[in-house]
Write a protein that binds this ligand. Sequence first.
Ligand code: M6P
Ligand code: ZN
Length: 208
Amino acid sequence: MADFAVPPIRPFGIAFEASTGAVTRAGPVLTRKLADLEGLFQDGDAWQAVRTSDEVVYTVHSSPVPEVPRELPQSITTIYPGDVAGEFYMTKGHQHPDPQGEIYLGITGLGGLLLFDGSEYEWIDMAPGTSGYIPPHWAHRSVNVGSAEPYRFLAVYPGSAGHDYQWVLDHGMGARAKRLGDAFELVPFGRAPERSVGRAVTCGFAGM
Ligand code: M6P
Ligand code: ZN
């Protein structure tokens, strides 16, 4: 498997393959299956029942730009369609230990960017061409809310930001994106540690 490059890095172009999420020049590729998402779906029994299914929930194709200070790594994340007991497939979600911003750009499919600062959540509808801004101190998770298509987006982030996954296990993400007929709804976390100031919002894209 390709690895991150070692600085100093010379300027170079990166091609993004819109139909697969692959990048050239290629860096590391991460594959997360249902078994890797322990403790994240609300219905733990439903997750237990499917955890050994080997189903891929999402992939992350990174460029060779390394996660080190002053560099700007990029990656393409592809979240496949699906849900666990109505809660849509999603990334683990993380907080940046070094609080710095991040930018996403929707490439294919329909998704959402869920942000949580520890007390309030925000939701940004993501579609091809939509850019979502993640300010410092906001944990972030991506969700595929489309019916059949993979949701795919570009991420660009400071190389020193890091990934704190425990923060999400400890604090949750403020809300959950769940199937509601042909659309979806955001349901605030309802029990400890699922607590937050939030609002139930019913969202949806025309034609879904
Ligand atoms: C985006 C970026 C990456 C992140 C990936 C998957 O591509 O934010 O830094 O790793 O999404 O998200 P997570 O790490 O929360 O599983
Ligand atoms: Zn991030």
